[in-house]
Write a protein that binds this ligand. Structure first.
Ligand code: FPP
Length: 240
């Protein structure tokens, strides 16, 4: 809850779209758009926390993004590399806890190491919980969860009976987001109206907010608009 009027969703998820078009409009390479988008990420973390958001998750690199040209992938990885390193200091300053969701095993060894260092350094911070989805795909996350369960059954750590009795809450412990409440609001920038394999399990009941604003132009005012939209929704959760 916040004094600006109305409820603030505890967890907001964002599909940061439109970096390429933002750069194209300025006759600049797409990679310039990603660099600007990265600065927007840093600003929006502070803005979200000031508005009362406690968990923020952003889609930085999907399992499908490997299909992009190699130089664009390299730029994105370099931006993420810089982010993980710089963030050790910033997360200390602003008390932010950072976690990565997604399969990081496909990333370069040094990036994996920076991720582990940042997660470890920020694990006791009590401010914003910031999740970065990196080599993340919702279907991949569910498949990895199923394989982990199968592995536990094969090793005798989980009985077939326990698996058959499994409830949704138990299954959530096998997702990358274990321990993190599900988002109440999903924002996608740049006018596209799709989920693109982003958190299908966790977003099952979320309000969806789409804006034409391109990600590098997204700011506190736009975030407030999304929160206002969320406030106007009448939630029934399957009831009447
Ligand atoms: C989609 O825009 C954006 C991405 C695939 C990458 C998002 C990454 C960042 C904002 C930078 C790094 C992130 C962090 C957490 C530091 P697009 O390129 O598909 O845009 P387009 O649809 O206009 O081409």
């Amino acid at each position: 809850m916040k004094d600006e009027g109305g409820r603030v969703p505890q967890h907001v998820a964002i599909i940061m779209d439109g970096n390429g078009r933002w750069a194209k409009k300025r006759m600049m390479p797409r990679t310039y758009g990603h660099a600007q988008g990265s600065r927007t990420v840093e600003r929006i973390c502070e803005d979200a926390y000031r508005l009362g958001v406690r968990y923020l998750t952003v889609y930085a690199f999907s399992t499908e993004n490997w299909k992009r040209p190699p130089e664009e992938i390299e730029t994105l990885m370099d931006l993420l590399r810089d982010y993980m390193k710089d963030c050790i200091k910033t997360s200390k300053k602003n008390n932010m806890r950072v976690r990565i969701i997604g399969d990081i095993s496909r990333l370069d060894a040094d990036l994996q190491e920076s991720i582990r260092a940042l997660e470890e350094a920020s694990r006791n911070n009590t401010g914003l919980n910031f999740q970065v989805a990196l080599n993340y795909g919702g279907r991949d996350e569910l498949l990895r969860a199923a394989k982990r369960l199968a592995g536990q059954c094969l090793r005798g750590e989980l009985t077939a009976g326990a698996l058959a009795d499994m409830q949704e809450k138990d299954f959530e412990n096998y997702l990358d987001t274990r321990g993190i409440p599900e988002p109440e609001l999903l924002i996608r920038t740049s006018g596209e109206m799709r989920l693109s394999n982003f958190m299908p399990w966790q977003l099952a009941y979320a309000e969806l907010y789409f804006t034409d604003v391109l990600w590098p132009d997204f700011n506190k005012k736009e975030l407030q608009k999304a929160i206002d939209y969320y406030n106007k929704r009448d939630r029934r959760f399957g009831g009447i």
